[in-house]
Design a protein around this ligand. Structure first.
Ligand SMILES: *[C@@H]1O[C@H](CO)[C@@H](O)[C@H](O)[C@H]1NC(C)=O
Ligand SMILES: *[C@@H]1O[C@H](CO)[C@@H](O)[C@H](O)[C@H]1NC(C)=O
Ligand SMILES: *[C@@H]1O[C@H](CO)[C@@H](O)[C@H](O)[C@H]1NC(C)=O
Length: 486
């Protein structure tokens, strides 16, 4: 089998793998029943633990799911951290940064799930489950979450503002924004009810208190008593941008219809809340929701399920770490790598890998799983006149370079040697020097073997360096153990 055959065999394997992704089914309830039966249970446990410490995280998780689904679909893209070359969705200001929270809840659920079923449960699904659990734990209706989402590999801060409705939107803008994602106006009003829990930074509604328009400073649609309270909580020009106010002050951590009752009382916090009363159809929905908590809870659960389907498909991956896309390079280990190494010697592997960029990165990543290749060719040069100085160079197959080795000083010259192991040594009758990292001039010097040997085999066995065999002057035990090099 030639290298070419090995490469072709490997390419075929990659194609088979990617075909199997195409066969994936659409989202389904109980998706992990056989592949990771504890998945939903573990997410719920983590959400419950987190909410017992900070009930406000429920709003954070519902909002995070919403912000995930509205940008590139529910693909966990909101969870990805920025990198030096990419500002991710979560760092888009002011929509996500600094207000999005609950990432650590997703991380801890993911850690536990990776420990019991590695590479099975997507981050996007964990987030969808966590949002459902947050709704349920805070008093909304629980609902079945169809799962099988796959995690996306792209997260761009620049896509956030164009997709998320800002708190300043009016009812027409909101209706259009939700219609773009496939929602009816009624569903938009239903989902707006998520503002029944959670808190807001002052910046999201300050304009309604201090700079409504050029002639009127305070939004006339805002209840003046409520406006006065808000002004106390959010003083004009306050340097403290960390102030948070509850969006539904009457029951800030309960998923109920308090949100709609507030709007009817002109106490909707955002322009985008109060505006629902300015349109006949949406005002009717607001009033019906306020009067029928049971119906709103059911409609909300159904709308959350619908939201959770946005943009889901077969593309994507199961992220290992919710904050990072998986490494793109295909890593080969075990059998495949062994098979390759059987036919291609290590010294040929790096130059031979130069057939294509992707093959090169496969070899490079595989070599990281092996022990660093050791120098295997050593050349000595000796000056032909006094003091007959010697120099030694070793070939480094990684860099394709000859590297000078600084040898230990040793009486009675013995050339630097290696006996097909990872140990380099110099031996004289007065000293035995060996090194595991000769390129860094790390040498150990010990007493020489009791019996002088010519060209012994020097090898590392466990923690010991063994000097054995070779031509010796006396019949003596075959080997001599030197002190542990550590
Ligand atoms: C400011 O808002 C008030 C109340 O809605 C309105 O009557 C007035 O016309 C607005 N002024 C301008 C300049 O838009
Ligand atoms: C790989 O190929 C490129 C271009 O042909 C060459 O410049 C480079 O030195 C090669 N690298 C190795 C390790 O052979
Ligand atoms: C030498 O040691 C340094 C620091 O430990 C390490 O970064 C470097 O890779 C080593 N060089 C070689 C050739 O092993």
């Amino acid at each position: 089998m030639s290298l070419k055959q090995v490469i072709c065999g490997f390419t075929t394997l990659v194609l088979i793998l990617s075909n199997s992704f195409m066969l994936e089914a659409q989202l389904q309830v109980g998706f992990y029943a056989s592949s990771c039966s504890l998945a939903e249970f573990i997410v719920k446990q983590e959400v419950r633990n987190a909410l017992s410490r900070d009930r406000g995280l429920a709003a954070g998780l519902v909002r995070m799911h919403f912000h995930d689904c509205f940008i590139r679909g529910c693909d966990g893209s909101v969870l990805i951290d920025s990198t030096p070359s990419n500002t991710a969705e979560k760092d888009s200001r002011p929509a996500n940064n600094p207000s999005l929270r609950g990432f650590e809840v997703i991380d801890s659920a993911k850690d536990r799930l990776e420990a019991i079923c590695k590479g099975v449960v997507s981050c996007a699904d964990i987030l969808a489950f966590a949002a459902r659990d947050s709704v349920e734990i805070t008093g909304g209706f629980g609902y079945d979450v169809p799962a099988g989402r796959r995690d996306g590999r792209i997260s761009l801060a620049s896509e956030v503002l164009a997709n998320l409705p800002p708190p300043t939107f009016n009812v027409n803008q909101l209706t259009q924004n939700f219609a773009n994602k496939g929602f009816t106006q009624d569903e938009m009003v239903t989902l707006s009810g998520a503002h029944t829990i959670g808190r807001s930074h002052c910046g999201s509604f300050n304009n309604r208190l201090y700079s409504f328009n050029s002639t009127t400073s305070q939004d006339p649609s805002l209840d003046p008593i409520y406006a006065a309270q808000l002004k106390q909580q959010c003083p004009q020009g306050s340097p403290n941008s960390n102030i948070l106010v509850p969006m539904d002050p009457s029951s800030p951590t309960t998923t109920d219809v308090g949100y709609y009752r507030n709007i009817i009382a002109n106490r909707g916090l955002f322009t985008s809340d109060q505006t629902l009363l300015t349109n006949t159809a949406t005002a009717t929905q607001v009033i019906q929701n306020a009067q029928n908590p049971f119906i709103w809870r059911s409609k909300f659960a159904a709308a959350m399920v619908k939201m959770g389907r946005i943009g889901t498909g077969n593309a994507g991956e199961i992220r290992e770490n919710c904050r990072m896309i998986n490494k793109e390079e295909v890593e080969i280990h075990g059998d495949i790598l062994e098979a390759i190494l059987l036919y291609v010697s290590l010294i040929d592997l790096v130059p031979a890998s130069n057939v294509s960029k992707s093959w090169c990165s496969i070899v490079a990543s595989s070599l990281r799983h092996l022990k660093k290749p050791k120098p295997w060719l050593i050349i000595h040069k000796q000056a032909n006149c006094s003091p007959y100085a010697t120099t030694t160079h070793t070939y480094d197959p990684c860099s394709n370079q000859w590297i000078k080795i600084s040898q230990p000083s040793i009486k009675f010259i013995s050339a630097l040697k290696s006996s097909q192991s990872n140990v380099l040594y110099m031996l004289s009758s007065s000293k035995f020097s060996f090194s595991f990292d000769s390129l860094n001039s790390t040498w150990f010097n010990v007493d020489p073997p009791l019996v002088w040997r010519m060209d012994p085999i020097v090898a590392c066995v466990g923690d010991s360096v063994v000097v054995a065999s070779g031509v010796c002057q006396f019949e003596e035990p075959l080997h001599h153990w030197l002190r542990n090099h550590q």
